[in-house]
Design a binder for this molecule. Structure first.
Ligand SMILES: Cc1ncc(COP(=O)(O)O)c(C=O)c1O
Length: 371
């Protein structure tokens, strides 16, 4: 295997694992061989030595700067993806006999409900909004759901990766009820309002690099008093106490996340990414909206996502043809999720506007040939 110095890259619209910025990949390539001039690569460094102390401290600090995360929030790297958090959250926060609210806004929040019920059968997971009835075409508007008074917390998914909807503003929980947010597909794609959240978490394979790890940002008072005794790997309090290294941590994934945070800071931070993501999305939505029904969005206009854009053509055969032809012109990963079908373009922070322009021009061309 001989690595190429000028790699051939194509546009990758995959929902995750997903495209990464080339400067970060190039840095990682070097760090695999020799990290910080130590003569030892990142995969080989002990997690109890100063070089890794530096990696971890940098990742935490840059995450705090990028996300403008207030001091009262702990920043944790927890092995296992977001699905792992679906179980850990109720284990840590939902006491026997207590209720938590889980609006169901698509596949991932539905999975969080199922996993949560498995994890804590002695608690209640209430579903104040059942998006499935509307084919998940929108998230609840103000007043469309009735949150449970006195709930332990309200869990929601801020950006719905499969159906391409998002909450423009966080849902309103009952007074005093903490908000827990699955931000897997939009973390740092726009600023986060920390005053409204007690915990935000994200799988790493979309905005942060390596799959099978989660970033968990949680208010210390929420996680430091878990509602039951738990084995250490399942306890956020233990992850916090041992600074994300109870055991051998996913060092490569944490280093990669650290580089991604730095890259996002250098590129201008969350406000800049919000602008870029809105601009990319506007390009594609303008084609959908102006196509006279040739392309049809899966979600209602008022809550469509700027990051995961889901749409259909008139027939499944055309959907398949679209995705296949796109792949042939180096636009990859556009087939929709197996639960939603159609087409999905995932344009995370690492996707530049040129990728959206390439997709837009393919969409115009495809419509001209098949419309
Ligand atoms: C919003 C959301 N939550 C959770 C998950 C599950 O993440 P993981 O595969 O890391 O468990 C995904 C994966 O795509 C997702 O998009």
């Amino acid at each position: 295997m001989t690595p190429s110095l000028s790699p051939h890259r194509i546009w990758n619209f995959s929902a995750g694992p997903s495209t990464m910025p080339l400067p970060v990949l190039m840095q990682l390539r070097g760090d695999l061989i020799d990290l910080d001039g130590t003569g030892i690569g990142i995969l080989e460094h002990s997690h109890r030595q100063p070089t890794y102390d530096r990696v971890l401290a940098d990742a935490i600090e840059s995450c705090r700067i990028l996300g403008e995360v207030p001091d009262e929030f702990e920043i944790l790297f927890v092995s296992g993806g977001a699905t792992n958090q679906f179980g850990l959250i109720p284990m840590n926060l939902l006491a026997d006999g207590a209720t938590a609210d889980y609006p169901d806004t698509e596949v991932w929040s539905a999975k969080a409900i199922v996993e949560g019920r498995e994890a804590v059968p002695t608690g209640t997971i209430a579903v104040p909004f059942e998006g499935k009835k509307f084919r998940y075409d929108h998230v609840p508007a103000q007043g469309e759901m009735t949150p449970t008074q006195g709930a332990a917390y309200l869990h929601y998914c801020s950006n719905n990766t499969v159906h391409g909807t998002r909450f423009h503003t966080p849902p309103v929980a009952a007074p005093g009820v903490p908000l827990v947010c699955d931000a897997s597909s939009e973390i740092f794609g726009r600023p986060m309002d920390w005053s409204k959240h007690a915990m935000v978490y994200a799988a790493s394979q979309k905005h942060l690099g390596v799959a099978a790890m989660s970033l968990v940002i949680a208010r210390r008072d929420l996680i430091n008093s878990p509602v039951r005794s738990l084995p250490s790997m399942l306890s956020y309090a233990a992850h916090a106490k041992y600074e994300s290294r109870i055991n051998t941590p996913p060092t490569f994934a944490i280093h990669t996340a650290g580089l991604m945070f730095r890259w996002m800071i250098q590129e201008g931070g969350t406000r800049e990414f919000e602008k870029r993501n809105d601009a990319k999305a506007a390009l594609i939505y303008s084609i959908i909206d102006g196509s006279g029904g040739f392309y049809r969005g899966l979600s209602r206009v008022e809550c469509r996502s700027s990051i995961n854009l889901s749409f259909r053509l008139q027939t499944e055969a055309l959907d398949t043809m679209f995705a296949d032809e796109a792949t042939r012109v180096e636009l990859d990963g556009l087939a929709g999720h197996r639960d939603a079908g159609g087409i999905r373009a995932s344009m995370y922070n690492a996707m530049p506007i040129e990728g959206a322009q390439a997709l837009a021009s393919f969409m115009r061309d495809f419509m001209r040939r098949h419309g």
